[in-house]
Design a protein around this ligand. Structure first.
Ligand code: ADP
Ligand code: MG
Length: 246
C-alpha cells in the first residue's frame, strides 16, 4: 500500500529525512515513534503529498512520485495521493463557524462535489461511526476536545481514504479524553483500515500496532513487531527513548 525508496527531504541545507525505505501493507497498523524533531511529521507529510520529496521515491496505492519527475507531473500525482490519504492532526483544525456535520461534509461538497442531501447522508454515517451522530448540529466550541477530534476523524473518513495518517492525535487532549479517541482508532484498525500513527500512547502502540518504527535524526533506526520493540529494543537510542517515555 505504501512504499518509499531512498526518500530524503531537505529544508535549505538541513536534511530532515535520510533515505527512508518503508514498506507498509494494506491493513497494517504502524506506530511511528521517535524523539521530538526526528522527522515523524515530515515523513507523514511526504506520504500524504503535502510535502515534496528531495530525493528518492514514494508509492502510495500504486501512485508513484519520484524526485526526478517533472515538477508538474509530481504535483499532479501528489494531489492524487492526497485524495487517497486522510490526515488527522494534533490540533483538530475544525471550522469554528460550521457544525460537526458541516465540518464533515465540507470537502464532500467542495472536493467530491456531492449534492447537499447525499453529502449529509454520508456525513451522518461518518459521525455515527465515531459515536457522535447526536452531536451533528453542535458547533465545535460546544464539543469537548475528544469529541472535536472524533469529528476530525469522521471528516477524514468521509473522503473514503485508503490510508489514514494520524499525527499525535491525542497530544492536545486532557488525559481523561484520550481514551475515547483511541477507542475510535482501535475500531478503525479492527475494520482493516491502513493506518500510520505518531503517538506517545505506548499502551496503544503495544496493543494495536502490527509494526513499530523508531526514528531518530531523520533515519529509521528500528523496525519491528511491538513485542520485540518494547521488550528487547535493539539499539541504545531506542532503549534511551523508551526509558524516558514509559
Ligand atoms: P517530529 O514530528 O519528529 O517532531 P518534524 O518532522 O516536525 O519532527 O521535524 C523534523 C525537523 O525538520 C526539525 O528539525 C524541524 O525543525 C525541521 N522542519 C520541519 N518542517 C520544516 C520546515 N517547513 N522548514 C524547515 N525546517 C523544518
Ligand atoms: Mg511532529
Amino acid at each position: 500500500m505504501i512504499q518509499t525508496r531512498g526518500l530524503s527531504k531537505t529544508f535549505g541545507t538541513h536534511t530532515v529525512l535520510h533515505e527512508i525505505d518503508l514498506n507498509i501493507q494494506a491493513g497494517e497498523i504502524v506506530v511511528l515513534l521517535g524523539p521530538s524533531g526526528s522527522g515523524k511529521s515530515t515523513l507523514l507529510r511526504c506520504l500524504n503529498g503535502l510535502e515534496d520529496l528531495s530525493a528518492g521515491s514514494i508509492e502510495v496505492n500504486s501512485i508513484e512520485v519520484t524526485s526526478t519527475m517533472k515538477l508538474k507531473e509530481r504535483q499532479q500525482r501528489m494531489l492524487q495521493i492526497r485524495r487517497q490519504t486522510g490526515m488527522v492532526f494534533q490540533q483538530f483544525n475544525l471550522y469554528p463557524h460550521k457544525t460537526a456535520l458541516g465540518n464533515v461534509t465540507e470537502s464532500l461538497r467542495m472536493v467530491k462535489k456531492l449534492e447537499r442531501t447525499h453529502a449529509r447522508h454520508v456525513g451522518e454515517r461518518m459521525l455515527s461511526r465515531v459515536g457522535l451522530l447526536e452531536k451533528k448540529d453542535q458547533y465545535p466550541s460546544r464539543l469537548s476536545g475528544g469529541q472535536q477530534q472524533r469529528v476530525g476523524i469522521a471528516r477524514a473518513l468521509a473522503m473514503e481514504p485508503e490510508i489514514i495518517l494520524f499525527d499525535e492525535p491525542t497530544s492536545a487532549l486532557d488525559p481523561e479524553l484520550v481514551g475515547e479517541v483511541l477507542d475510535v482508532m482501535k475500531s478503525l484498525a479492527q475494520e482493516g483500515m491502513t493506518m500510520i500513527v505518531v503517538t506517545h500512547e505506548m499502551k496503544f502502540a503495544r496493543q494495536v500496532a502490527n509494526k513499530v518504527i523508531f526514528m531518530d535524526e531523520g533515519r529509521i533506526i528500528e523496525q519491528s513487531d511491538p513485542e520485540s520493540f518494547f521488550e528487547r529494543p535493539a539499539t541504545e537510542r531506542a532503549q534511551r527513548f523508551l526509558s524516558k517515555v514509559m
